[in-house]
Write a new protein. Structure first.
Length: 483
């Protein structure tokens, strides 16, 4: 018996020695990872929520990183952003021992193959509630999953255009689970600040602050957690200042210069009408930019309406001044004494204008009837001037002829004198009314200039004060990530 056992051992020694001395088979890391994936997803159902007990809740840590503010559409009240959604949770079914798989501690798997929390943007405006690219997720050996897909969202945002173009907007993005309540999937805010490390600046808007907050919406016995990110945006108004506000300011001062134009030129009304048409064009441009809302009137709209009323009043005043300028004794009665005293003497000194000489008087324009003094008076004068008192009939007839000629000459001189005095009177009346028109132009020039400057300051000062207000500094955006 002993001999048989000894022979058996001697026969098995060569095989045992060969097994010990043979080299081990090399297994690559890719093969280990392939084996790991096959073992992990064998029987894995991605539609089933990964919990062990019925009352377990999956806590999803949620964070937001913004890469670009693409557009803020005031007309349609939309905000377009490019963001990265950072989501972290635990899936107990995706755990393994790194020692069994060559020390592999994490793998990248397609997000379509694992369970995902159905977190969507509630305030979506283009029908794409998910809006994210199905990128790969990072799975660690302890079941911790990190998924950070990029997304492009168009979110609804109520625009407040009261101080346009010096306005600030508060737009929010609300994220939450679409089908799970808070007992199934709970949201945990990863950081109260939006990550802006890789933010690409926008040429029209500046982000003053971007903060996050967690909230709950109750519906009967259930509550639905959500996370809201608020973006405080400030418009950079340089473009609108150069191409909208400054031209409007120029048009308002052109309206003032209407009163500096001479009334004889006839271009006063043309200039005012051209300014009014230009303002109408600017108003149509603004109507294409801002939303059609009846709640508030934008700042630039208020200013344009102010200038349009301003220009309309200037047209009315200009018509009145031109009417005064073309007055004369043929169309109106002579100037009353109080008007002459006020506009020809007192106001010019107050307005630093050159004085107007008071040439206004009432000449005796009642014509003397040439028939009353014609022949008798003339003949007596001629007879008194005759030196000899000649008695001859021929001489008397000659004297009578000279007397008749002299009488006609005197009548003509009187007529010419009356006509010249009348023309001089009319010319003085016309010049006086023209000077009154100049005084009115100067008065309205200063009135409209003061109103234009004061109105501009009163309209734009509140907007500039709000625009220059600096928000408090935001806290650090470095979130302590704890898996």
């Amino acid at each position: 018996m002993k001999l048989a056992v000894l022979l058996l051992l001697l026969s098995a020694c060569p095989q045992l020695f060969a097994a010990i001395t043979a080299p081990k088979k090399f297994v690559s890391l890719a093969e280990m990872e392939d084996a790991l994936l096959r073992n992990l997803f064998q029987g894995y159902q991605r539609w089933v929520r990964p919990i062990q007990r019925p009352n377990d809740t999956i806590r999803v840590r949620f964070g937001l990183k913004i890469s670009q503010l693409v557009d803020v559409d005031e007309k349609n009240q939309l905000m377009t952003t490019n963001v990265w959604l950072r989501q972290e949770w635990i899936d107990y079914k995706l755990r393994w021992n790194p020692d069994k798989y060559g020390g592999i501690t994490s793998i990248r798997v397609p997000s379509e193959n694992i369970w995902l929390p159905d977190i969507v943007l509630y305030e979506n405006a283009d029908g794409k509630f998910e809006g994210s690219l199905m990128t790969k997720a990072i799975v660690k050996f302890n079941g911790a999953i990190t998924w950070m897909p990029p997304a492009s969202y168009k979110s609804a945002c109520t625009m407040d255009v009261t101080f346009f173009p010096f306005d600030r907007q508060n737009c929010s993005m609300k994220f939450g689970s679409w089908t799970y309540d808070g007992n199934m999937v709970d949201l945990v805010l990863m950081d109260n600040q939006v990550d802006r490390k890789d933010f690409f600046d926008n040429g029209e808007w500046e982000i003053l602050s971007a903060t996050g907050a967690r909230g709950n919406r109750k519906d009967g016995l259930y509550f639905y957690p959500f996370i809201t990110y608020s973006f405080i945006l400030k418009r950079l108004p340089l473009f609108y200042t150069l191409f909208l506000i400054i031209p409007c300011l120029g048009l308002s001062f052109l309206t003032v210069l209407v009163f500096y134009l001479p009334s004889d030129e006839g271009e006063k009304l043309s200039l005012s009408t051209s300014v009014l048409v230009s303002l109408t064009v600017f108003l149509l441009v603004i109507e294409e930019i801002i939303p059609s809302s009846s709640k508030v009137i934008p700042l630039i709209g208020e200013y344009l309406l102010f200038i349009m009323i301003f220009v309309t009043l200037s047209i009315i005043v200009t018509v009145f001044v031109i009417n005064v300028h073309h007055r004369s004794s043929a169309t109106y009665h002579p100037m009353s004494p109080w008007v002459r005293n006020l506009f020809l003497q007192k106001l010019p000194r107050l307005l630093c204008m050159r004085g107007h000489a008071d040439r206004y008087h009432y000449p005796e324009l009642a014509p003397e009837s040439p028939e009353v003094k014609s022949r008798s008076g003339g003949r007596r004068g001629i007879q008194r001037m005759s030196s000899g008192g000649q008695q001859s009939t021929s001489d008397g007839k000659e004297e009578e002829a000279y007397s008749t000629m002299l009488e006609k000459a005197i009548y003509s001189v009187r007529y010419i004198s009356r006509h010249i005095r009348k023309e001089h009177f009319i010319r003085e009346v016309v010049q006086d009314w023209k000077f009154v028109a100049q005084v009115l132009d100067r008065i309205f020039l200063w009135i409209f200039l003061s109103v234009s400057i004061l109105g501009t300051i009163l309209i734009f000062t509140p907007a500039l004060q709000m625009f220059m207000k600096i928000p408090p500094p935001a806290p650090s955006e470095e979130p302590p990530i704890n898996h």
